[in-house]
Design a protein around this ligand. Structure first.
Ligand code: 3HC
Length: 278
Protein backbone atom coordinates (compact mmCIF):
# COMPACT_ATOMS: atom_id res chain seq x y z
CA UNK A 1 0.00 0.00 0.00
CA UNK A 2 1.31 3.42 -0.96
CA UNK A 3 1.33 5.82 1.93
CA UNK A 4 0.60 9.46 1.24
CA UNK A 5 2.61 11.82 3.40
CA UNK A 6 2.96 14.87 1.23
CA UNK A 7 0.34 16.56 -0.87
CA UNK A 8 0.57 19.10 -3.62
CA UNK A 9 -2.30 21.37 -4.50
CA UNK A 10 -2.23 22.96 -7.93
CA UNK A 11 -4.34 26.13 -8.07
CA UNK A 12 -4.87 28.51 -5.16
CA UNK A 13 -8.55 29.26 -5.75
CA UNK A 14 -11.61 28.56 -3.65
CA UNK A 15 -11.22 24.78 -3.81
CA UNK A 16 -7.42 24.82 -3.57
CA UNK A 17 -7.58 26.75 -0.30
CA UNK A 18 -10.06 24.28 1.18
CA UNK A 19 -8.05 21.24 0.08
CA UNK A 20 -4.81 22.70 1.48
CA UNK A 21 -6.67 23.51 4.71
CA UNK A 22 -8.01 19.99 5.38
CA UNK A 23 -4.80 18.26 4.29
CA UNK A 24 -2.59 20.42 6.51
CA UNK A 25 -4.98 19.94 9.42
CA UNK A 26 -4.78 16.19 8.85
CA UNK A 27 -1.01 16.39 9.43
CA UNK A 28 0.19 16.19 5.83
CA UNK A 29 2.88 18.41 4.35
CA UNK A 30 1.23 20.58 1.74
CA UNK A 31 2.80 22.34 -1.23
CA UNK A 32 0.39 24.92 -2.61
CA UNK A 33 1.16 26.01 -6.15
CA UNK A 34 -0.09 28.89 -8.26
CA UNK A 35 1.52 31.03 -10.96
CA UNK A 36 0.71 34.23 -9.08
CA UNK A 37 2.44 34.89 -5.76
CA UNK A 38 -0.26 37.32 -4.61
CA UNK A 39 -2.94 34.68 -5.19
CA UNK A 40 -0.96 32.25 -3.03
CA UNK A 41 -0.69 34.75 -0.23
CA UNK A 42 -4.38 35.60 -0.45
CA UNK A 43 -5.16 31.89 -0.35
CA UNK A 44 -3.06 31.36 2.78
CA UNK A 45 -4.93 34.24 4.44
CA UNK A 46 -8.23 32.51 3.60
CA UNK A 47 -6.96 29.24 5.12
CA UNK A 48 -5.77 31.11 8.19
CA UNK A 49 -9.14 32.85 8.61
CA UNK A 50 -11.09 29.62 8.13
CA UNK A 51 -8.88 27.78 10.62
CA UNK A 52 -9.59 30.73 12.91
CA UNK A 53 -13.33 30.05 12.61
CA UNK A 54 -12.70 26.49 13.72
CA UNK A 55 -10.65 27.72 16.68
CA UNK A 56 -13.44 30.17 17.60
CA UNK A 57 -15.99 27.36 17.65
CA UNK A 58 -13.57 25.11 19.60
CA UNK A 59 -13.34 22.47 16.88
CA UNK A 60 -9.54 22.80 16.90
CA UNK A 61 -7.00 24.48 19.16
CA UNK A 62 -4.89 27.54 18.36
CA UNK A 63 -1.87 25.21 18.45
CA UNK A 64 -3.43 23.00 15.73
CA UNK A 65 -4.15 26.09 13.66
CA UNK A 66 -0.55 27.23 13.90
CA UNK A 67 0.82 23.77 13.11
CA UNK A 68 -1.48 23.39 10.10
CA UNK A 69 -0.40 26.76 8.71
CA UNK A 70 3.26 25.89 9.19
CA UNK A 71 2.77 22.74 7.08
CA UNK A 72 1.67 24.74 4.02
CA UNK A 73 4.49 25.78 1.72
CA UNK A 74 3.76 28.27 -1.05
CA UNK A 75 5.19 27.39 -4.46
CA UNK A 76 5.39 29.37 -7.68
CA UNK A 77 7.48 26.69 -9.34
CA UNK A 78 6.28 23.18 -10.17
CA UNK A 79 9.74 21.80 -9.33
CA UNK A 80 8.58 22.07 -5.74
CA UNK A 81 6.50 18.91 -6.37
CA UNK A 82 9.54 16.73 -7.19
CA UNK A 83 9.19 14.69 -3.98
CA UNK A 84 5.41 14.91 -3.48
CA UNK A 85 3.37 11.69 -3.13
CA UNK A 86 0.08 13.02 -4.47
CA UNK A 87 -0.65 16.23 -6.35
CA UNK A 88 -4.28 17.33 -6.58
CA UNK A 89 -5.08 19.54 -9.54
CA UNK A 90 -7.65 22.22 -8.64
CA UNK A 91 -7.37 24.71 -11.48
CA UNK A 92 -10.33 26.23 -13.38
CA UNK A 93 -13.10 23.78 -14.31
CA UNK A 94 -12.22 23.74 -18.00
CA UNK A 95 -10.82 20.72 -19.81
CA UNK A 96 -8.30 22.62 -21.95
CA UNK A 97 -6.88 24.47 -18.93
CA UNK A 98 -6.74 21.26 -16.91
CA UNK A 99 -4.95 19.36 -19.66
CA UNK A 100 -2.39 22.13 -20.00
CA UNK A 101 -1.79 22.19 -16.24
CA UNK A 102 -1.38 18.40 -16.16
CA UNK A 103 1.07 18.37 -19.05
CA UNK A 104 3.22 20.94 -17.21
CA UNK A 105 2.98 18.99 -13.96
CA UNK A 106 3.91 15.48 -15.12
CA UNK A 107 7.60 16.03 -15.97
CA UNK A 108 8.20 17.46 -12.49
CA UNK A 109 6.87 14.46 -10.54
CA UNK A 110 8.79 11.49 -9.15
CA UNK A 111 8.01 8.18 -10.91
CA UNK A 112 5.49 6.70 -8.45
CA UNK A 113 3.66 9.91 -7.63
CA UNK A 114 -0.11 9.95 -7.95
CA UNK A 115 -2.18 12.69 -9.52
CA UNK A 116 -5.66 13.58 -8.35
CA UNK A 117 -8.03 15.99 -10.03
CA UNK A 118 -10.74 17.93 -8.29
CA UNK A 119 -12.81 18.13 -11.45
CA UNK A 120 -16.49 17.63 -10.86
CA UNK A 121 -17.50 16.89 -14.42
CA UNK A 122 -14.68 16.29 -16.89
CA UNK A 123 -14.01 12.64 -17.80
CA UNK A 124 -11.28 11.14 -15.59
CA UNK A 125 -10.34 8.70 -18.34
CA UNK A 126 -9.79 11.55 -20.80
CA UNK A 127 -7.79 13.67 -18.37
CA UNK A 128 -5.76 10.59 -17.34
CA UNK A 129 -4.93 9.92 -20.97
CA UNK A 130 -3.29 13.33 -21.21
CA UNK A 131 -0.78 12.37 -18.47
CA UNK A 132 2.21 10.01 -18.46
CA UNK A 133 0.60 7.87 -15.70
CA UNK A 134 -3.09 7.08 -16.31
CA UNK A 135 -2.92 4.18 -13.83
CA UNK A 136 -1.81 6.59 -11.07
CA UNK A 137 -4.53 9.12 -11.87
CA UNK A 138 -7.81 9.49 -9.98
CA UNK A 139 -10.67 11.93 -9.41
CA UNK A 140 -10.76 13.31 -5.85
CA UNK A 141 -13.71 15.66 -5.77
CA UNK A 142 -14.17 17.86 -2.71
CA UNK A 143 -17.29 19.85 -1.89
CA UNK A 144 -17.33 23.54 -1.03
CA UNK A 145 -16.76 24.68 1.72
CA UNK A 146 -14.21 21.86 2.02
CA UNK A 147 -13.54 22.18 5.77
CA UNK A 148 -17.26 21.79 6.50
CA UNK A 149 -18.55 19.30 3.95
CA UNK A 150 -18.22 15.61 4.77
CA UNK A 151 -18.23 14.09 1.30
CA UNK A 152 -15.27 13.47 -0.99
CA UNK A 153 -16.06 11.62 -4.22
CA UNK A 154 -13.36 9.25 -5.50
CA UNK A 155 -13.73 8.61 -9.21
CA UNK A 156 -11.77 6.01 -11.15
CA UNK A 157 -10.85 6.35 -14.78
CA UNK A 158 -10.74 3.24 -16.97
CA UNK A 159 -7.00 2.88 -16.30
CA UNK A 160 -6.91 3.71 -12.58
CA UNK A 161 -5.12 0.91 -10.66
CA UNK A 162 -6.67 -0.60 -7.52
CA UNK A 163 -3.61 0.51 -5.58
CA UNK A 164 -4.19 4.13 -6.59
CA UNK A 165 -7.86 3.93 -5.64
CA UNK A 166 -7.11 2.36 -2.24
CA UNK A 167 -4.36 4.89 -1.50
CA UNK A 168 -6.73 7.74 -2.30
CA UNK A 169 -9.47 6.20 -0.16
CA UNK A 170 -7.18 5.70 2.80
CA UNK A 171 -6.05 9.27 2.58
CA UNK A 172 -9.10 10.72 4.57
CA UNK A 173 -18.86 9.66 -8.79
CA UNK A 174 -19.73 12.60 -9.86
CA UNK A 175 -23.07 11.67 -8.42
CA UNK A 176 -23.60 14.81 -6.39
CA UNK A 177 -23.23 17.26 -9.26
CA UNK A 178 -25.31 15.09 -11.57
CA UNK A 179 -28.19 15.68 -9.16
CA UNK A 180 -27.29 19.09 -7.73
CA UNK A 181 -26.53 21.03 -10.92
CA UNK A 182 -29.72 20.10 -12.81
CA UNK A 183 -31.58 21.26 -9.70
CA UNK A 184 -29.75 24.60 -9.77
CA UNK A 185 -30.27 24.88 -13.54
CA UNK A 186 -33.99 24.20 -13.05
CA UNK A 187 -34.16 26.92 -10.40
CA UNK A 188 -32.63 29.32 -12.94
CA UNK A 189 -35.28 28.24 -15.49
CA UNK A 190 -37.97 28.98 -12.90
CA UNK A 191 -36.49 32.47 -12.55
CA UNK A 192 -36.06 32.85 -16.33
CA UNK A 193 -39.67 31.93 -16.99
CA UNK A 194 -40.88 34.41 -14.40
CA UNK A 195 -42.43 31.75 -12.18
CA UNK A 196 -40.58 33.08 -9.13
CA UNK A 197 -38.14 35.75 -8.03
CA UNK A 198 -34.61 35.10 -6.74
CA UNK A 199 -35.83 35.61 -3.22
CA UNK A 200 -38.96 33.46 -3.50
CA UNK A 201 -37.11 30.56 -5.17
CA UNK A 202 -34.38 30.48 -2.53
CA UNK A 203 -36.77 30.95 0.36
CA UNK A 204 -39.01 28.18 -0.98
CA UNK A 205 -36.14 25.68 -1.16
CA UNK A 206 -34.73 26.67 2.23
CA UNK A 207 -38.07 26.38 3.99
CA UNK A 208 -39.72 23.73 1.83
CA UNK A 209 -36.82 21.33 1.31
CA UNK A 210 -34.69 22.28 4.31
CA UNK A 211 -31.68 23.10 2.15
CA UNK A 212 -29.15 25.23 4.05
CA UNK A 213 -28.87 27.57 1.05
CA UNK A 214 -31.35 28.27 -1.73
CA UNK A 215 -30.28 27.00 -5.19
CA UNK A 216 -29.49 30.49 -6.56
CA UNK A 217 -27.51 31.41 -3.48
CA UNK A 218 -25.66 28.09 -3.88
CA UNK A 219 -25.04 28.78 -7.57
CA UNK A 220 -23.40 32.11 -6.64
CA UNK A 221 -21.37 30.28 -3.97
CA UNK A 222 -20.10 27.63 -6.45
CA UNK A 223 -19.48 30.22 -9.21
CA UNK A 224 -21.81 30.64 -12.19
CA UNK A 225 -19.01 29.89 -14.69
CA UNK A 226 -18.37 26.58 -12.92
CA UNK A 227 -22.12 25.80 -12.91
CA UNK A 228 -22.31 26.52 -16.64
CA UNK A 229 -19.24 24.37 -17.38
CA UNK A 230 -20.72 21.43 -15.49
CA UNK A 231 -24.08 21.74 -17.28
CA UNK A 232 -22.27 21.86 -20.63
CA UNK A 233 -20.34 18.70 -19.79
CA UNK A 234 -23.55 16.91 -18.74
CA UNK A 235 -25.35 18.15 -21.86
CA UNK A 236 -22.54 17.19 -24.27
CA UNK A 237 -21.57 13.97 -22.52
CA UNK A 238 -25.02 12.53 -21.87
CA UNK A 239 -26.66 14.01 -24.98
CA UNK A 240 -29.96 14.57 -23.21
CA UNK A 241 -31.84 17.85 -23.66
CA UNK A 242 -32.85 17.83 -20.00
CA UNK A 243 -29.33 19.11 -19.22
CA UNK A 244 -29.61 22.16 -21.52
CA UNK A 245 -28.01 25.09 -19.65
CA UNK A 246 -30.60 27.79 -18.97
CA UNK A 247 -30.05 30.80 -21.30
CA UNK A 248 -30.22 33.08 -18.27
CA UNK A 249 -27.22 31.29 -16.74
CA UNK A 250 -25.33 31.80 -19.99
CA UNK A 251 -26.23 35.52 -19.93
CA UNK A 252 -24.96 35.99 -16.38
CA UNK A 253 -21.67 34.33 -17.29
CA UNK A 254 -21.35 36.42 -20.44
CA UNK A 255 -21.92 39.54 -18.34
CA UNK A 256 -19.09 38.50 -16.03
CA UNK A 257 -21.55 38.20 -13.14
CA UNK A 258 -20.10 34.98 -11.80
CA UNK A 259 -21.46 35.04 -8.25
CA UNK A 260 -19.70 35.82 -5.00
CA UNK A 261 -16.23 35.86 -6.46
CA UNK A 262 -17.06 38.80 -8.72
CA UNK A 263 -19.44 40.35 -6.15
CA UNK A 264 -22.43 39.94 -8.46
CA UNK A 265 -24.51 37.02 -9.64
CA UNK A 266 -28.08 36.24 -8.71
CA UNK A 267 -27.32 38.50 -5.75
CA UNK A 268 -25.33 41.71 -5.52
CA UNK A 269 -22.74 41.32 -2.73
CA UNK A 270 -21.28 44.81 -2.83
CA UNK A 271 -23.28 46.10 0.14
CA UNK A 272 -23.66 44.90 3.70
CA UNK A 273 -26.38 42.37 2.80
CA UNK A 274 -26.80 40.51 -0.51
CA UNK A 275 -29.54 42.01 -2.70
CA UNK A 276 -31.27 39.93 -5.43
CA UNK A 277 -30.35 41.14 -8.91
CA UNK A 278 -33.74 40.06 -10.35
N1 3HC B 1 -14.09 26.98 6.72
C1 3HC B 1 -14.26 26.57 7.98
N2 3HC B 1 -15.45 26.63 8.61
C2 3HC B 1 -16.49 27.15 7.93
C3 3HC B 1 -16.38 27.59 6.59
C4 3HC B 1 -15.11 27.49 5.98
N3 3HC B 1 -14.91 27.89 4.73
N4 3HC B 1 -17.59 28.02 6.17
C5 3HC B 1 -18.43 27.85 7.19
N5 3HC B 1 -17.77 27.32 8.26
C6 3HC B 1 -18.32 26.92 9.54
C7 3HC B 1 -18.72 28.12 10.36
O1 3HC B 1 -17.64 28.62 11.10
C8 3HC B 1 -19.80 27.55 11.25
O2 3HC B 1 -19.19 26.81 12.31
P1 3HC B 1 -19.91 26.63 13.75
O3 3HC B 1 -21.23 25.98 13.47
O4 3HC B 1 -18.98 25.75 14.48
O5 3HC B 1 -20.03 28.02 14.28
C9 3HC B 1 -20.49 26.54 10.35
O6 3HC B 1 -19.54 26.21 9.31
C10 3HC B 1 -21.75 27.07 9.72
O7 3HC B 1 -21.42 28.30 9.06
P2 3HC B 1 -22.24 29.66 9.24
O8 3HC B 1 -22.83 29.72 10.62
O9 3HC B 1 -21.36 30.77 8.81
O10 3HC B 1 -23.36 29.62 8.13
P3 3HC B 1 -24.42 28.53 7.75
O11 3HC B 1 -24.96 27.79 8.93
O12 3HC B 1 -25.33 29.26 6.85
O13 3HC B 1 -23.58 27.46 6.91
C11 3HC B 1 -22.70 26.61 4.92
C12 3HC B 1 -22.81 27.83 5.81
C13 3HC B 1 -21.94 25.49 5.65
C14 3HC B 1 -21.90 27.03 3.68
C15 3HC B 1 -24.14 26.11 4.55
O14 3HC B 1 -24.89 27.18 4.06
C16 3HC B 1 -24.16 24.98 3.55
O15 3HC B 1 -23.92 23.82 3.90
N6 3HC B 1 -24.49 25.32 2.29
C17 3HC B 1 -24.56 24.32 1.20
C18 3HC B 1 -23.18 24.01 0.71
C19 3HC B 1 -23.20 23.04 -0.43
O16 3HC B 1 -24.25 22.56 -0.90
N7 3HC B 1 -22.00 22.71 -0.92
C20 3HC B 1 -21.83 21.85 -2.07
C21 3HC B 1 -21.64 22.72 -3.26
S1 3HC B 1 -21.39 21.76 -4.69
C22 3HC B 1 -19.75 21.54 -4.77
O17 3HC B 1 -18.98 22.01 -4.00
C23 3HC B 1 -19.29 20.73 -5.91
C24 3HC B 1 -18.61 21.59 -6.94
O18 3HC B 1 -17.98 20.73 -7.84
C25 3HC B 1 -19.57 22.47 -7.72
Amino acid sequence: MVEIRSIGVMGAGQMGSGIAHVCALAGLDVGLYDIARDRLEACLNVVSANLGRQVASKKITEEQRREALSRIKLLTDLEGFSDTDLVIEAVTENETIKRKALSQLCPELKPGAMIGTNTSSVSITRLAASTDRPERFIGIHFMNPVPVMQLVELVRGIATEDETFEAARNFPAFMVNRILLPMINEAIYVLYEGVGTVDSIDTAMRLGANHPMGPLQLADFIGLDTCLSIMQVLHDGLADSKYRPCPLLVKYVEAGWLGRKTQRGFYDYRGATPIPTR
